[in-house]
Design a protein around this ligand. Structure first.
Ligand SMILES: C[S@@+](CC[C@H](N)C(=O)[O-])C[C@H]1O[C@@H](n2cnc3c(N)ncnc32)[C@H](O)[C@@H]1O
Length: 278
């Protein structure tokens, strides 16, 4: 790619959002305390409280390989997105294609965590001075739902809802947009469970539909309510095809709707397709 101002800006912002510009600093000891036994949790809580008084923090060394960060296969401590550089490149590719071919519609990500992938969508639009399209930011902003095994048996026993690390507030995500100077009235937040927000969302047409809700139910709810609104020539991106529940929901929906557009691989986790006649 040529070193134009646009490509330099977008490359820099991808590296900043994925925190790959810098070595990963240590992980504060208390971050994953919720996964520890009661005794260890109690000990670490008290220890960190005392040390804080002396402005001391214990961190665990993050032994991530460069490739893990590029591939987005770790939960990063400091990045605004966990999807890695290859999946960010894919977002850029899809948006540039949509703009070049004048495919109509807004953009959405369902499952945003700290908002980095949506911030990047907005950055690409802004770089190309495209100010008409809305970026929808859909999340509970309190983590994943408990599995609904009655409606979605594939989610039985899923433990994502216990991961406090995945619960990020809307205020926090708004602040992340603001820090990149990318928050305006064309960024619209859809707060709540997908099953409640997506059926009534003020969306008429989409050009980019990006799904990152990890579970069968979250993927299926997003596809059912949003895929019919995706324009022909638009892109459907599935972040978590590596997870069995998400893969099954994607395969089930594609089969039921006779979607035969080839499923293209982005990296070890993500896939996407360009919508044809269905
Ligand atoms: C893996 S994180 C998303 C990562 C993000 N796309 C990024 O760029 O780093 C999954 C997110 O999906 C949200 N989520 C999953 N299922 C949901 C549902 N059914 N309704 C609302 N939010 C959901 C969680 O709250 C969480 O923020």
């Amino acid at each position: 790619m040529k070193n134009t101002a646009i490509s330099l800006y977008l490359d820099l912002i991808k590296k900043a959002l994925s925190f790959t510009l810098w070595p990963e600093p240590g992980i504060p000891l208390e971050t994953f305390n919720y996964k520890r036994s009661t005794a260890k949790r109690y000990f670490i809580n008290n220890l960190t409280k005392i040390l804080r008084r002396f402005k001391i923090q214990i961190v665990e060394i993050a032994n991530y390989k460069e490739q893990d960060r590029e591939e987005g296969i770790i939960w990063p401590m400091y990045a605004e997105t966990m999807i890695g550089l290859k999946r960010l490149d894919n977002i850029q590719y899809c948006i540039e294609d949509v703009l070049k071919n004048k495919i109509e519609g807004d953009l959405i990500e369902t499952g945003v965590w700290r908002g980095g992938a949506c911030i990047f969508m907005k950055a690409v639009l802004s770089a190309y001075e495209e100010n008409e399209r809305t970026v929808f930011v859909a999340d509970s902003f309190e983590g994943l739902p408990k599995p609904d095994a009655t409606n979605f048996p594939a989610d039985k026993g899923d433990s994502h809802h216990t991961e406090k690390f995945l619960a990020v507030s809307q205020e926090n995500v708004e602040e992340n947009f603001r820090r990149y100077n990318l928050l305006d009235s064309k960024v619209v937040f859809l707060k709540g469970w997908f099953k409640d927000t997506l059926p009534h969302a003020p969306i008429t047409k989409l050009s980019i539909l990006r799904l990152d809700g990890d579970m069968y139910g979250s993927t299926m709810d997003s596809l059912i309510h949003l895929y019919p609104k995706l324009s022909k020539g638009g892109f459907c991106i599935i972040d978590d095809y590596v997870l069995p529940g998400c893969k099954k929901a994607t395969d089930d929906y594609r089969e039921k709707e006779n979607i035969d557009a080839p499923l293209l691989r982005i990296d070890n986790s993500g896939v996407y397709w360009q919508k044809g006649n269905n």
